[in-house]
Design a protein around this ligand. Sequence first.
Ligand SMILES: Nc1ncnc2c1ncn2[C@@H]1O[C@H](COP(=O)(O)OP(=O)(O)OP(=O)(O)O)[C@@H](O)[C@H]1O
Ligand SMILES: Cc1cn([C@H]2C[C@H](O)[C@@H](CO)O2)c(=O)[nH]c1=O
Ligand SMILES: [Zn+2]
Length: 194
Amino acid sequence: MYRPVNHGYIEVVIGPMYSGKSEELIRRIKRAEIAKQNIVVFKPRIDDRYSKEDVVSHSGDSVGAIPINKANEIYNYIDEKTQVVGIDEVQFFDEEIINIAINLADKGIRVIAAGLDMDFKGEPFGPTPKLLAVAEFVDKIQAICSVCGQPATRSQRLINGEPARYDDPIIQVGAVESYEARCRKCHVVYRDKK
Ligand SMILES: Nc1ncnc2c1ncn2[C@@H]1O[C@H](COP(=O)(O)OP(=O)(O)OP(=O)(O)O)[C@@H](O)[C@H]1O
Ligand SMILES: Cc1cn([C@H]2C[C@H](O)[C@@H](CO)O2)c(=O)[nH]c1=O
Ligand SMILES: [Zn+2]
């Protein structure tokens, strides 16, 4: 992939749960470490599934990360030496994350964001869609459908083993106990009233 040198830009990695977004973010950060770049990685404090202070993939890889509550806190950790900013679980941040990513890229920083493009209903999730629009590079990756084995583009929320309902809250932190990767055909959301 073409990457301009010494210019800021935004890279986004999207896909459903288990598609390898955190693995890909970690891979890019580790390569930037090899290149002796000055790096800071952030994650929303809400996501403490595996660790409070690291980005951890479902397969166990990790890199150190700063947990923050609001997108604006990113500025507290950036200085003129910062070259690479990683952001995991970007869907959980407020809309301000879009302006911040633009601003950092304008300053010459490489911004790498990873997150869910769709929520459990298959609808665009938080700030991710707008971030895609302003990014230079977008990688949409797939998981494996847990029902049929085809490439999975969606995250299936299960409540006591049953598909979640359309009016469920959008934010519910979890992993294998409550989410599966599924393809369009196998993804189910109950839309009828309770
Ligand atoms: N259904 C699945 N399809 C593909 N990989 C899976 C699946 N279930 C578990 N995995 C494991 O998950 C790893 C990817 O985990 P990773 O944490 O990078 O995903 P992610 O897209 O960041 O997920 P999340 O959105 O939940 O943070 C794979 O390498 C594989 O070991
Ligand atoms: C699909 C989906 C995931 N999540 C959470 C589960 C995980 O903690 C995180 C994805 O890695 O997002 C939601 O909060 N809502 C959703 O609709
Ligand atoms: Zn399927």
